[in-house]
Design a protein around this ligand. Structure first.
Ligand SMILES: Nc1ncnc2c1ncn2[C@@H]1O[C@H](COP(=O)(O)OP(=O)(O)OP(=O)(O)O)[C@@H](O)[C@H]1O
Ligand SMILES: [Mg+2]
Length: 357
């Protein structure tokens, strides 16, 4: 029997950070606590180390276990990976034991190709959304997995906007985005000498490899040296069903601390961006709104999020840094970790938490 390399989110917990990484242990713990986390699984840090030990090869049994776990996600979501009528799309997220913010790689919307994009249109009735997801996927996969200079895609996107007189990305129509998909595929072919990999299983295999590889990229190595994090911990890889914050104005994505990280004040502190996918917040493409705006825009979602935030804080007995996405009015929790804070905030939070009991 091969070693167990893959854990469903339902099999993990907060104590398993060594094996599942911080992100994997966090999503597993939230899943156990009954919070709405899109289903998924974590490939262990041991698998990453085994990958390096064998000269960057998947260890025996890993791929088979990935396929098994993927079937479980298919059952839970009622969607199928690569299915042209009802496709499952996934994110492939890095996550080491210690948080290394933005140092390693994540690919969103994986599983899209010319066939499955039609299924995504059928699922959502939203052609614009589907082609936007597809062009983002090629862009991200091209950059992260295939190592193509992201400027090439960005320049083409800006050109397109200029050409059609679009102010923001959101002004581009389904047709514009469909054209961009074709143009992005051409960029990939020019840069790599091969067509864009359309087989979702090949996409998945390559993306997992890319996350393993990102453990040793220069940025990550420098970061670990600076923060004295050992190089032999390895990273876990989280594969998770996608939820979409860019399905319209009743959708959105955001990040928030459970307390103000500057002052320690007990208030939700963060930002959210309506009708957007996670990376938009980080990339600073559009200006996010303060989290308080969510209270106005979607009061019920805000209240629910606030409840989860309090629950997670109590659970971890520490201030948390959260990521969430709202898909058509439904809230999903995507990450929890202990939040970075100023020295002043650290003192106030510690004292307050003692008083709160
Ligand atoms: N299954 C998913 N559905 C929707 N959005 C997702 C999904 N997985 C990840 N995201 C979003 O994609 C973005 C990047 O993900 P991820 O958390 O893996 O990396 P990061 O936030 O850039 O870095 P870090 O490793 O420090 O968390 C985040 O905004 C996250 O919320
Ligand atoms: Mg994150």
């Amino acid at each position: 029997m091969a070693k167990k390399w893959v854990y469903l989110f339902t099999e993990g917990n907060a104590q398993m950070r060594d094996l599942l990484g911080g992100k994997g242990a966090g999503v597993a713990e939230m899943t156990r606590a009954g919070l709405p986390v899109p289903p998924g699984f974590t490939i262990t840090t041991e698998a990453c180390n085994a990958y390096y030990a064998s000269g960057r090869q998947f260890p025996e049994g890993l791929w088979e276990q990935v396929l098994e776990a993927l079937k479980v996600i298919e059952r839970e979501t009622g969607k199928r990976f690569g299915d042209p009528t009802n496709p499952l799309l996934v994110s492939v997220r890095s996550g080491a034991k210690f948080s290394m913010p933005g140092m390693m790689d994540t690919v969103l919307n994986l599983g899209l190709n010319d066939e499955t994009v039609k299924g995504l249109i059928a699922q959502t009735g939203n052609e614009r959304f589907a082609y936007d997801a597809y062009r983002r996927f090629i862009q991200m996969f091209g950059k992260i997995v295939l190592g193509i200079d992201p400027e090439r895609f960005e320049r083409r996107l800006e050109e397109k906007k200029r050409q059609v007189g679009a102010q923001a990305d959101t002004d581009l129509t389904a047709e514009h985005l469909r054209d961009l998909v074709e143009e992005f595929k051409r960029i990939v072919e020019e840069e790599t000498g091969r067509p864009f990999p359309s087989d979702p299983y090949e996409q998945l295999r390559l993306a997992i490899q890319a996350v393993f590889n990102s453990w040793m990229n220069k940025r990550a190595v420098d970061y670990r040296n600076f923060h004295k994090i050992p190089h032999d911990l390895g990273t876990a890889v989280n594969v998770q069903a996608m939820v979409f914050g860019n399905m319209g104005w009743d959708s959105g994505t955001g990040v928030a601390f459970t307390r103000n990280p500057l002052t320690g004040e007990k208030e939700l502190y963060g930002e959210y961006l309506p009708n957007a996918q996670g990376e938009d917040v980080v990339a600073g493409i559009r200006t996010p709104k303060p989290i308080a705006a969510l209270k106005e825009d979607m009061p019920e979602v805000y209240e629910q999020f606030k409840r989860y935030a309090e629950m997670l804080e109590r659970h971890y007995r520490d201030m948390q840094d959260l990521e969430f996405t709202i898909e058509r009015g439904k809230l999903y929790m995507l990450q929890t970790r202990s939040g970075k804070r100023s020295a002043a905030a650290a003192v106030k939070i510690a004292v307050d938490m003692v008083h709160e009991g």
